[in-house]
Design a protein around this ligand. Sequence first.
Ligand SMILES: [Ca+2]
Ligand SMILES: [Ca+2]
Length: 82
Amino acid sequence: MVTVVATDSTGLITTAALTVYCEPLRGDLNSDGILTSADAAIALKLAATGGWDANADVNHDSRITSLDALMIMQAAGSAITL
Ligand SMILES: [Ca+2]
Ligand SMILES: [Ca+2]
């Protein structure tokens, strides 16, 4: 929840409370706020073990595979955007 304060040109002030929903950074599997090779490694581990994390399925095919890890690695290197 954030509170927004607005002032118009005559000096009148109003406030409003807003609820803000933040979506996690897609592919940020260690939740540190950035995409790195560590996230790709976690995706690879999920792919190898059959684990599931919806945030790791970056190509939206309902499976976690090495392709998801590759895409996370490419996004970490700014080659693509997830
Ligand atoms: Ca991360
Ligand atoms: Ca996938």
